[in-house]
Design a protein around this ligand. Sequence first.
Ligand code: CO8
Length: 261
Amino acid sequence: MGEYKNLEIRQEENIGWIIINRPDKLNALNQETIKELHKAFSSFQDDSRIKAVLLKGSGEKAFVAGADIKELSGLDSSSGKKYVLEGQELMSLIENFRKPVIAAVNGYALGGGTELALACHIRIASDNAKMGQPEVKLGLIPGFGGTQRLPRLVGKGVAMEMILSGKTINAQEALRIGLVNKVVSQEELIPTCEALAREIIAGGPKAVEYCIKSINKGLDRPLDEGLLLEAELFGEVCSTQDSKEGTKAFLEKRKPEFQGR
Ligand code: CO8
């Protein structure tokens, strides 16, 4: 898998790892890295051997220290919008990924780094993580979904405070406001993420895919419409082989063997 300049990709059993690998720039997302991430996620989406994806930054200092400020400095209104739309496309691909995506937030996750983590389904942080949306300090606004996903996750008031002040918060504060699910030591970060991925993988893959879809698509709808969506998806899941196998295995008191179909 040597086709990436800024990423390290590996597969361990049925877990795919994507490691952003620009440690000298604290893994800042330049346009090339955004394109490579798009390619890597797309290839994992299509790879039936991969059941979950874990995302981290290389080194011990940073997950992603933001969009590449060098590139941002030269943008005008047209190129700025284009840049943002390309970044947002990647974030939406991750958010709507059919397999679970876990962010291992292993240090600075600022600006586009917090936004990248927000697009993942679950965030686990190491105790040295630092998160925030510092764009206002650069005279900018978040552009990879921060003004939209952060308030949806942590609530409007807390998101307003973080985005307007541009302040950086530590891992414990990120945990307190619900920005990350868990904080562990640096040594425990990878094993914790892998254990969680394995726990999720043990469930029916089709069911996991439909849960992601139901939560993502339902959350922005009124409750009655969200419930209707859930009923429709439940109906679809009932015709999968995984649902037949899962219920049959329970009744036969054995472990299910899911095929992801
Ligand atoms: N972009 C480009 N280079 C970066 C970035 C970045 N976001 N962050 C760090 N680097 C580079 C530094 O320039 C430095 O490079 P060099 O050695 O060549 O000078 C190297 O990484 C190491 O960084 P520092 O020396 O600064 O390391 P420190 O430990 O002193 O500080 C910090 C670490 C606090 C993380 C500091 O690097 C920092 O403040 N970085 C910028 C954080 C930031 O503001 N991020 C938000 C960027 S804006 C954004 O993400 C918008 C997203 C939506 C954009 C929409 C697109 C249009």
